[in-house]
Ligand binder design. Structure first.
Ligand SMILES: [Zn+2]
Length: 69
């Protein structure tokens, strides 16, 4: 099951439910290394894709850790 998260979309200028553009298996290593994590959501005019802020990555890291526990 894919992880979704609440994140601020710069395109919509509001909080949305976003999906990481990485497989579950790639997500944890990416967060551990603190590399860029891109997320997307489907907007009426087309998909929005952007990178998470540090704080959002931190929240996502906790979610992933909880899931794999
Ligand atoms: Zn958006």
């Amino acid at each position: 099951m894919a992880i979704s998260l609440r994140a601020y979309c710069p395109g919509c200028k509001k909080m949305v439910t976003a999906l990481p553009m990485l497989d579950d298996s790639e997500l944890k290593p990416a967060l551990d290394k603190n590399v860029d994590v891109k997320v997307m959501h489907i907007a009426p005019g087309g998909d929005h894709v952007w990178s998470l802020k540090d704080r959002e990555k931190e929240n996502l890291r906790k979610t992933v850790a909880k899931r794999s526990a």
